[in-house]
Design a protein around this ligand. Sequence first.
Ligand code: PLP
Length: 394
Amino acid sequence: MTDFDWQGYALETQAIRAGHRRTHEDEHSIPIFATSSYVFDSAEQASLRFTGKQAGNIYSRFTNPTVTALQERLALMEKGERCLAFASGMAAIMAVGMALLKAGDHVLCSRSVFGNTVLTFQNYFAKFGVTTDFVNLTDLAAWEAAIKPNTRFLFLETPSNPLIEIADIRALADIAHKHGCLLVVDNVFCTPVLQQPLALGADLVVQSTTKYIDGQGRCVGGAVIGSEALIEKDIYPYLRTGGATMSPFNAWVFLSGLETLAVRMKTHCDNAFELAKWLERQPAVAKVHYPGLASHAQHELAKRQQSQFGGVVSFELAGGKEQAWRLIDATRMLSITANLGDVKTTITHPATTTHGRLSEEARAEAGIEDSLVRISVGLENLEDIKADLARGLE
Ligand SMILES: *Cc1c(COP(=O)(O)O)cnc(C)c1O
């Protein structure tokens, strides 16, 4: 629906040019349409728009030109037919559940997903009679064995946080489809630059645009991408009614974020790979989790499935929580925050922050040690990042 068909263009080109329908003002940069509603030429046109007989904007809860531009661009980049933007990544995940699930349904979810994703299924959908089982992300047999006749979809994140494990998207899509279920993939860690789950057989992708797509830690947003059929029939009516809409200002920030995403991801990944190799050589470091390393259990799968290995590295120190906290507190430049995908390098202690609400047993089951530290590697000079860590590793 753009003024130009960007389908045949490369991702880097789509990221910069797709989605912008130039207005009569001939602007070069995409405008922010700060308007809540739209005006009709006549009572008849208003009626045609409201009844869906004529395409066009009605109200910005469900369509806004700046948000539509982001949706069109992101749909192309993720190799989907349609995208809908939401107020946050969690709003996008909630939308998938609200649109697809009913009482009596079952969800099969990776144990290694974002904490609030676990709570969405475990605390909220459970209230309305939807049950969820959690399985080991990398164990294909466990996924298949846990599918029930009422399983509606499988939900996973790959690479996982904070242990950076890799799931075989194609194999899980095949398993899901064999049993009449859908596969939903949270593609936040890779972005479409590194991995396109829809091209590997997934049915829906969810994004938190808050992370790498913004890239500079400014705005919160999310998206759902998939086939025209799923988005139009299931997700769009929920967006229109549920109302967790992305603001045009945020969409405008994410549009400019997408324009530099490919070049940023390359440096995030290069820096992370170099940092992982350097960490592996440090005597104070017991284990490094990074799929680019030959020591990573799914190294071959990561090579096949992703174009690069990602910008997040985690590692275990030889000591315990005290050593981890001492390392974090010895940094001067790195930001102590759980956010990721920012140009600024961030450092966090998962066991006492992002995963602090889990019970000790649940953390142990998930393999999140007290000595684990996670770094989202930014775009500062790598030597400065190493120097900031070296102080605490001595
Ligand atoms: C941050 C994040 C989310 C949630 O996104 P918000 O925009 O914070 O709501 C979901 N999944 C992953 C992997 C994330 O990192």
